[in-house]
Structure formats: C-alpha cells, structure tokens
Design a protein around this ligand. Sequence first.
Ligand code: DX5
Ligand code: ZN
Length: 227
Amino acid sequence: MYLIAPSILSADFSRLAEAVAIAEQGQADMVHVDVMDGHFVPSLTFGEKLVSDLREKTSLPLNVHLMVDNPEKLIPGFLEAGADWLSFHLEVTPHAHRLLQLIKEAGRKAGLAINPATPIDLLSEVLEELDYVLVMTVNPGWGGQKFIPATRYKIKKLNQLIAERRLPILIAVDGGVKLDNLSTLFELGMNIAICGSSIYDAQNPVATIREMKMVARDFNQRIINGK
Ligand code: DX5
Ligand code: ZN
C-alpha cells in the first residue's frame, strides 16, 4: 500500500483549514500533524484542540506525530481529540509497549517514530504491536531539511525485517520526501510518504499532491499486477 500524507507543518499556520482543503483537493490519503513541545525538539507547534477542530473539518484521517517528552501525558488527549493515526518517539519513553496498546485499544493506528540515529533493532520486541513505523529521515524539529542519505539503508532493512516476520506493518518516511525521491523511497519499502515543504512550498500544492498520487498509484498497481 502506497500513500501520500501532506504535513501541514509547512503550511501557513493562520490558514490551516485551507491547508487541509488542499490535501483533500489533491486526493491525499491523510493529513500529517506535527506536535512539537519545545523540549524534545526546540519548536512549539500544535495541541489537541487543533486536532479536534480539524477533525470536524475533514474526512481525511489525521496522522498525528508526537515529537514530545512524556508522551504518556498527552496520548489520551490526542485520542480524545480524534487522532486516527498516532505515533510517539521511541527515544523518549521506556513504556512503548503500554502506550501502543493504549492507542490500539482506542481503535486507532499505533506508530513508533525513530530518529535518524536510532537503530531499527530497538523496535524488535515491540514490532508485533505496531501498525506503522515512522522513520525520520531528517532530525525532527523543522520542515524543509535535506533528506539524510544514510537513512535509506534503514528503510530497506526495516522493510526486510517486516517481510521476514510477515507483519502487516506500514513504513512512514518523514523528512525531505519530495517528487524527486518518491519512487526510490517506495522501492526501498516506504508505504506512507510524509511531505511538508515539497507540497506547501510548491507553486501549486494541489497539482504537486496529484503528481505524487500518480506515482503512488503506479506502485499500488504493481502490487495488484503481482509485480
Ligand atoms: C519534521 C516533521 C515533518 C516535517 C517534514 O520534524 O516531523 O513531518 O513536516 O517536513 P519536510 O517534508 O519539509 O521535510
Ligand atoms: Zn512529522
């Protein structure tokens, strides 16, 4: 399954409903919402209220990425706000297993996010609990950074691990994803392309999402054709 998730971090924060409408017009598969706490990462962004307000405005699934310390304090609020997909960072909690279960018990998709320097081997014992892994391919905290080439190997290795264990886990890739590297990343095993600046800084964001969707559709078609 190959999906496109525009990240509204690169949109104009005073016009976020429009950013979501752009995702809808481009027929994106979900909207990525970056929550930053000013501790785990230096910037501050969105809280639960934005998620519940956007939940009212769109039928697209909201894919919420918590870049926060103490995620256990915030997860219940984001579940209540209507996050459909919810990930937190492995680096910040010794309670990953319990938190993943909490998200799944609420009937939402549970994900673990890992920084570029975090090895995928650390996911091994919780893999069965995951609906998706969010692989950071830039250091978390800002949009518009350059894709870190060494992370390609991690995506490939994670894809192999998931295939070996025959698990239905999706790989989301976050940071520096754009039209130029989309096919390569899908080939390496990415399922969900999270794209911020490459969409919202584009001349025509709707057209850019549509082009990305065409690439994703080609890859989906390959699966249907058994290639
Ligand atoms: C970065 C965020 C990303 C961000 C990616 O810390 O997690 O979701 O929006 O932005 P781009 O696509 O511009 O690298
Ligand atoms: Zn993100």
